[in-house]
Design a protein around this ligand. Structure first.
Ligand SMILES: Nc1ncnc2c1ncn2[C@@H]1O[C@H](COP(=O)(O)OP(=O)(O)OP(=O)(O)O)[C@@H](O)[C@H]1O
Length: 119
């Protein structure tokens, strides 16, 4: 594959990703709430932490949380596309996707506890 085609491919992948974030931002209030929390967390990290590694842990945990909310949104959309009917597998898929957000939120909380209290 030539460099021109490679750049085109990277650009189109990037554009689709931006579309995904934009659409999720417009349609999912929970994504906007998590984004506000993550921005607050990142600002606090940049203002009050001095160690670069600790700042990176907090910012990385925030990205994980937002990524899991995007995955959660993707699973919800895919399940709703397949069926609007009550189904045990639909529940399983949506609950598991929702659990990723809970776990990454706990990752952010425990990262803050570790960064603040572990020397
Ligand atoms: N088709 C379905 N069959 C069975 N249970 C479902 C179905 N759709 C949703 N549920 C249940 O309802 C819950 C909420 O689903 P919903 O699609 O409303 O997500 P949501 O409220 O938008 O979630 P979030 O706040 O994570 O975005 C799911 O986690 C699941 O337990």
């Amino acid at each position: 594959m030539g460099p021109g085609r490679m750049i085109k491919l990277i650009y189109s992948k990037f554009r689709y990703s931006v579309d995904g974030i934009h659409e999720t931002w417009l349609t999912e209030p929970s994504f906007r709430q998590w984004l506000a929390l993550v921005l607050l967390s990142d600002i606090c990290a940049l203002l009050f932490l001095t160690d670069g590694l600790r700042i990176m842990i907090i910012i990385g945990s925030g990205f994980l949380l937002l990524a899991s909310e995007l995955i959660n949104t993707a699973v919800e959309a895919a399940v709703d596309l397949v069926t609007k009917e009550e189904h045990v597998l639909a529940k399983k898929a949506k609950d598991a996707a929702s659990a990723t957000t809970l776990l990454t939120f706990l990752t952010l909380v425990s990262s803050w506890l570790l960064v603040l209290f572990y020397q």
